[in-house]
Design a protein around this ligand. Structure first.
Ligand code: FMN
Ligand code: EPS
Length: 390
């Protein structure tokens, strides 16, 4: 499969086109809407989330509740567009009209794409950069991820996420029985954290940061359960699924680091403390005693849950702004802002689930077929029996 997204933060809509979704899969708007709603929730978000009520329109590729195998077009309208039709319209405007609006952005915000993008693309109005670099785009990626989750769920592969750290407050290691359990419990928390003590402190940390005109980041974790052995491949750098997942996580706005399994902790341990011993029994075939490597060896899944963490930096737009330089006057300034999130880590955990789900679903179809669900099911069943009795 492949996909593209299009759309500006304050433009009329976001669009995603997905190619390669197998035919015969049940899919309705609600499958996608429930994921969009999850992304919109989360303590610490700004006023924009009050305006938006994200709802998908499935414009192609689905008929009477089933995919046809044709490209899927997903559209999510921006409610905020009605306030921006002049500024964001596609028709030409005069210089006078532009001046009248006084909305030309010449002051780049540190931590955003503004300055680099303006220089690269030759824009003197940095709105032409910030509109597309905005994390509003992650709405489209969550819609795409919902389709990927749907594919995976047909084969009992579950994807869940939760928040481990916000603003330095760390959740203690909490046991969960399954990804279903993890999902249900993180859903109850306004910061998607399973540890109630930490949850309280995280909320306080967000409130404090907001009060100080500042922002905070954190760490999210995504777990994928029910993964067969052998997704991805060792034979080429660009077929390694752990590499694809790492790229996907790093592509989320504001993500600055990624870990698979114990990740960076491996630097402090002996080999005997890191590698997952192999066991075998008649009923299940090969298995592992532990899952320190997060479900991967050689760029391929090893049948253990995929465990991946991502680090989100604090939101760059601050009510207590940082110094920058106007690109026209070359004068230093400290920016004033209208609105921003103070913490979007809980929302970002849903985005992380979505991009990981996409990579796993894509690899799943690479292995078991792309055309129709029933054929994929037969191939999958045969392979699972083959692997169990290997
Ligand atoms: C869900 C989500 C919401 C975000 N909300 C904001 C926001 O309200 N204000 C802001 O300045 N940055 C926000 N960001 C982060 C910026 O989009 C991001 O830092 C910026 O595009 C620069 O990209 P980079 O940090 O990956 O280099 C958000 C990110 C995510 C994932
Ligand atoms: C719109 C979303 O997030 C936005 C991401 C974002 C940014 O700079 O990345 C800035 C804010 O937008 P605005 O400038 O309109 O207030 C966030 O609200 C969303 O997540 O749907």
């Amino acid at each position: 499969m492949r996909y593209l997204t299009a759309g500006e933060s304050h433009g009329p809509q976001l669009t995603a086109i997905i190619e390669g979704v197998p035919a015969g899969m049940p899919l309705i708007a609600e499958d996608i809407n429930k994921e969009l709603a999850r992304r919109q929730k989360g303590y610490g978000r700004g006023r924009r989330m009050v305006i938006e009520k994200d709802q998908v329109q499935i414009k192609s590729g689905v008929r009477h509740g089933f995919t046809t195998g044709a490209p899927l077009t997903l559209v999510i309208e921006n409610n905020d567009w009605k306030h921006w039709t002049k500024i964001m319209g596609s028709e030409p405007i005069t210089e006078e009209e532009e001046k009248e609006m006084k909305r030309v952005i010449t002051r780049p915000r540190p931590g955003h794409a503004d300055l680099n993008g303006a220089i690269k693309y030759g824009h003197r109005d940095m709105r032409n950069i910030l509109e597309r670099s905005s994390a509003r785009e992650t709405t489209a990626r969550v819609a795409v991820g919902a389709v990927a989750k749907k594919i995976l769920s047909m084969f009992n592969i579950q994807v869940g996420g939760h928040v481990l750290v916000i603003g330095g407050v760390e959740a203690k290691a909490v046991d969960y029985e399954s990804v279903e359990d993890l999902k249900a419990r993180s859903e109850q928390s306004p910061v998607r954290c399973l540890d109630p003590e930490a949850e309280k402190k995280m909320i306080e940390a967000i409130d404090q940061a907001k009060k100080n005109g500042d922002s905070i980041g954190g760490i999210v974790e995504v777990v994928v359960e029910g993964v067969p052995i052998g997704l991805g491949s060792h034979v080429h750098y660009d077929r390694k699924l752990d590499g694809k997942i790492a790229r996907a996580i790093m592509s989320i706005n504001a993500f600055k680091g990624v870990e698979i399994g114990i990740g960076f902790e491996a630097a402090y341990l002996f080999g005997s403390q890191v590698h997952d011993e192999i066991v075998w029994d008649e009923e299940n075939g090969f298995n592992r005693r532990t899952n320190r490597l997060g479900g991967f060896e050689g760029g391929m899944t090893n049948g253990m849950p995929i465990v991946v963490k991502g680090v989100m930096k604090p939101i760059p737009t601050l009510y207590k702004p940082l110094e920058s330089v106007d690109i026209e006057t070359k004068e230093p300034f400290t920016a004033s802002i209208e609105r921003s999130d103070s913490c979007a880590v809980p929302a970002a955990s849903v985005v992380a689930e979505s991009v990981v789900a996409w990579e796993v679903a894509n690899e799943f179809l690479n292995k078991f077929g792309e055309d129709r669900v029933s054929e994929i099911g037969e191939n999958y069943k045969k392979y699972m029996e083959y692997a169990r009795t290997f």
